[in-house]
Design a protein around this ligand. Structure first.
Ligand code: SF4
Length: 215
């Protein structure tokens, strides 16, 4: 049987989700549904699944250019078999650091973690909590934990173990082939609400991908 995966987006370069110019891979589908999630468009199960082999061909073309890889979602661990296959193959082909986000607590994915740990450098775990403070780099809420599994990770991610500063208040802005604008990074609380209101005040009509999401 061909192993497939539901992917929301792939983008390079992403500069706000870890050190350097990174390859970003967003999984499609999330069963966790955290209140206040800003990635509601990635909740629905993917309508189209692609074979891992096909995905790897696409990812491989970026590998000579990248400083690191960030895998997010959606919830990557909801498609664990595919996630594992992807990181195993990426690890065979590149030495750059691999960061994976999950909304699960590590205590709830111990079996999967044991399998995936040899192939990734960093895991950021735990669900987004709207009420938690937001003072930590790379994390949307302070309950989220950053785990380093390799010496490369300890060195490269030491900066991200510190508290957020104004320098961190940046987002990547991308435009896709259909003219859709989208953002990568960790917005401060209500940043998108403020942007939405500002654009509306200026007379713009706004459609967000979450409006079109069926879940
Ligand atoms: S796990 Fe991530 S994508 Fe899923 S609902 Fe929570 S914040 Fe959103």
């Amino acid at each position: 049987m061909v192993l497939t995966v539901g992917i929301s987006r792939i983008h390079f370069p992403v500069t706000t989700l870890g050190p350097g110019r990174r390859l970003g891979i967003w999984f499609q589908g999330c069963s966790l549904r955290c209140e206040g999630c800003i990635s509601v468009d990635t909740w629905a199960t993917a309508k189209t699944l692609i074979p891992i082999e096909q995905l790897m061909m696409k990812l491989s073309s970026y590998l000579p250019l990248i400083d690191g890889i960030t895998i997010s979602g959606g919830e990557p661990f909801d498609q664990f078999e595919a996630l594992l296959a992807i990181v195993v193959q990426l690890r065979e082909r590149t030495k750059v650091d691999i960061l994976v986000y999950t909304g699960y607590a590590v205590e709830d994915i111990t079996d999967q973690l044991q399998q995936i740990k040899p192939y990734i450098d960093v895991l950021i775990s735990d669900p987004f909590q709207r009420q938690s403070s937001q003072t930590l780099r790379l994390r949307g809420s302070d309950n989220q934990r950053l785990h380093c599994f390799t010496s490369q990770a300890v060195e490269k991610f030491a900066y991200y173990q510190q508290a957020v500063t104004t320098e961190d208040k940046v987002l990547d802005v991308m435009f896709d082939a259909e003219g859709v604008v989208w953002f990568a990074g960790i917005p401060r609380r209500d940043d998108f609400v403020k942007l939405h209101n500002l654009l509306k005040q200026q007379g713009h009509q706004i459609k967000v991908t979450a409006d079109k999401t069926k879940y």
